[in-house]
Unconditional design. Structure first.
Lengths: 115, 114
């Protein structure tokens, strides 16, 4: 069985502050991990993904995430948030590469960036 | 590239009526996925097609829900005899098949059953 836990359902940070959104996964095999963002009234958009190699992956708009096998984690970070980063962020796990692998979605973390 | 197109954006039905949701995947993408999103349950997988063939419908409620992909340019999700608990945002996504888990999502159809 596989699962994803995002422990912080709501996060508020001030504009210009740094951000970390936590993600823990449970899976016995090799995970493929993603972060998606959902802006209001829109579908999900891919921020970044990790398949293998360098555990720190860069994404769009200054986001990065770090994979840790020992901690079963894939935390998302940004050095300085902007008001436009306010959205819901989903951590996603795939059990295998290849079409058809069902994805496990975290419950999402709603980020509010205050002025 | 217009992305994944879902229509309608909003649909309101009365209890017991039928609802048909449409999805046009990105041209050239071989896989189409349907998800349901609610506040309580989050994102739930419903069904998935590859090259128009149904591959996995394990997330579909056994009664009243059906999905089809009659051609590579569109897929439909049909809900018969809609119930208030069917109210949700239904998301369609497509992928190219190589990096299959990179899904491209539509904006969703918000279904409200009164």
């Amino acid at each position: 069985a596989q699962s994803v836990t995002q422990p912080d359902a709501r996060v508020t940070v001030s504009e210009g502050a740094s951000l970390q959104l936590r993600c823990k996964y449970s899976y016995s095999g090799t995970p493929y991990l993603f972060w998606y963002v959902q802006y209001p009234r829109q579908g999900l958009q891919l921020l970044l993904k990790y398949y293998s190699g360098d555990p720190v992956v860069q994404g769009v708009n200054g986001f990065e995430a770090e994979f840790s096998k020992s901690n079963s984690s894939f935390h998302l970070r940004k050095a300085s948030v902007h008001w436009s980063d306010s959205a819901v962020y989903f951590c996603v796990l795939s059990a295998g590469q290849g079409t058809g692998s069902k994805l496990s979605f975290g419950k999402g973390a709603k980020l509010t960036v205050s002025p | 590239n217009a992305g994944v197109i879902q229509t309608p954006r909003h649909k309101v039905t009365g209890k017991g009526q039928e609802a048909t949701l449409w999805c046009e995947p990105i041209s050239g993408h071989s896989a189409v996925f349907w998800y349901r999103q609610t506040i309580v349950q989050g994102l739930e997988f419903l069904t998935y097609f590859r090259n128009q063939a149904p591959i996995d419908d394990s997330g579909m409620p056994k009664e009243r829900f059906s999905a089809q992909m009659p051609n590579q340019s569109h897929s439909t999700l049909k809900i018969q005899s809609t119930q208030p608990q069917d109210s949700a945002v239904y998301l369609c996504a497509s992928s190219a098949g190589q990096c299959a888990e990179t899904l491209y999502f539509g904006s969703g159809t918000r279904l409200t059953v009164l």
